[in-house]
Design a protein around this ligand. Structure first.
Ligand code: EPZ
Length: 417
């Protein structure tokens, strides 16, 4: 397994371009299952998770060409089963469930199994599919679903679930009648997916709000569309600029998707100027400690919680960081403490007492965003940080070490341990 080695203390300066959103590209690529014909999708990021979904779609008989611009055709689906060995490496594979049942009348998808950040069940996906008239059984660790044709219904998510909303929105596009989806998630990736589906001929209103209305149609047609920029990658680079006292221009992002983070970082003393699709971020001298509570969009994103904690580890006071979305998303804390951070976990909150300096150390990634936070801590720390299990970071960040070294960081990847 590769390692990433960072010698901290460099101020980041210069321009960095944001890639397409991982959590946007995954449902958009899966939406091709609803259509017989060649779709073209632009701004697809080069990530491990994208390689995994391409492998999964390929195993169903979907044809896929191209890299950043992908042409994809599900006209010749030969199989409706997503096997455990693929699903266990990426839980978002559950997204194929709804589209397969809607288009093919059946699906057999492995239950995702455990995850470092929480149990992350898919009960809401399953219940909603049943509400649309599918017969769903759980057998041998798989979800087996079938329906001659899904029927529109009014359904309500007890918890606002991102991929649950995406799964059911896709399934409902081909259902008989109207589906009203209440307590839907609002993430920008859902609005992006809705725009793609509407481009295919789906009839969807309200994406981005609590209530999404989908009028089912008989069939959809191919579309050409683009995936939105990755707001979590952009947020990670904003925080990197703040932690190193740097001055970075982040190109190709959508500042509107980052307003709550931008507000917090300004409270923490950063200067952030929005200029069209670019953000200019300069770290102030002192990092001011601020409190953060993660919430579903448009609240502070849980996917940036570990990263802001790395910054608050260098704050000038006390910061309370509360995680409300996942039940076990503090795996990065013990590794940060090995770098000298002063953090106490109390229930769903981490109490972070800022320290003057972090010290480089050998650390281990446990999940995607935890690994990003340890890289950030390494950039600001005194001395050398060696991050192992970097496959976690490769799932969600395109060539992060190349982008950071282009900004002046002393960071390199050592292949094959
Ligand atoms: C999506 O995961 C993202 N992944 C996650 O990003 C992100 O952290 C999460 O949304 C929250 O924003 C993708 O979009 C591929 P949820 P998802 O369903 O859809 C509970 C990253 O780092 N829940 O919105 O799986 C669940 O346990 C990843 O890029 C149920 O109880 O998250 C959680 O506590 C990590 N039953 C809460 O809802 C269900 O059936 C929100 O989860 C579904 C969810």
């Amino acid at each position: 397994m590769d390692k990433i080695v960072i010698v901290g203390g460099r101020r980041l300066q210069g321009d960095v371009r944001i890639s397409g959103a991982k959590n946007g590209a995954l449902p958009v690529l899966v939406s091709s299952l609803l259509v017989d014909g060649w779709n073209t999708f632009h701004n697809i990021p080069d990530l491990l998770d994208i390689k995994t979904i391409r492998k999964l779609l390929g195993s169903l008989g979907v044809k896929i060409e191209g890299e950043e611009t992908v042409r994809i055709n599900a006209g010749g689906i030969t199989r409706c089963e997503a096997s455990y060995d693929l699903v266990r490496t990426m839980r978002a594979s559950i997204l194929v469930l709804g589209p397969l049942v809607a288009r093919m009348g059946e699906a057999r998808v492995s239950l995702p199994g455990g995850c470092a950040i929480g149990a992350r069940p898919v009960n809401l996906h399953i219940q909603a599919l049943r509400d649309l008239g599918a017969e769903v059984t759980l057998k041998d660790g798989y979800v087996e679903a079938k329906a001659s044709r899904l029927r529109g219904a009014t359904l309500y998510f007890d918890i606002s679930t991102v991929t649950g909303t995406e799964n059911i929105m896709m399934a409902a596009t081909l259902a008989e009648g109207t589906t009203i989806l209440k307590n839907a998630a609002h993430e920008p990736e859902i609005v992006n997916l809705a725009e793609v589906l509407i481009g295919m001929g789906a009839r969807i209103r309200g994406a981005g709000t609590d209530v999404i209305v989908i009028d089912g149609v008989k069939s959809l047609h191919p579309v050409e569309a683009a995936v939105i920029p990755d707001r979590i990658e952009a947020g990670t680079f904003l925080i990197a600029a703040g932690m190193t006292g740097g001055d970075v221009r982040i190109l190709g992002c959508n500042p509107l998707h980052l307003d709550v983070l931008i507000a917090r970082l300004r409270d923490a003393g950063m200067r952030i100027d929005v200029d069209g699709e670019a953000l200019r971020a300069a770290g102030g001298g002192t990092v001011k400690s601020v409190d953060v509570k993660t919430l579903p969009y448009p609240g502070f994103p849980t996917d940036l919680q570990a990263q802001i904690m790395a910054m608050m580890a260098l704050g000038n006071g006390l910061s309370v960081i509360t995680e409300t979305v996942f039940e076990n998303r503090f795996m990065h804390v013990s590794e940060m403490m090995r770098m000298g951070a002063d953090i106490v976990i109390q229930g769903t909150s981490a109490i972070v007492r800022g320290v003057a300096k972090l010290r480089g150390a050998p650390v281990m990634a446990t999940d995607l965003r935890a690994s990003a936070s340890l890289i950030l801590a390494g950039l600001a720390a005194e001395g050398t940080t060696t991050l192992s299990r970097v496959y976690h970071i490769d799932r969600g960040y395109q060539q992060i070490e190349k982008k950071l070294s282009a900004l002046g960081a002393d960071i390199r990847r050592i292949a094959g341990f």
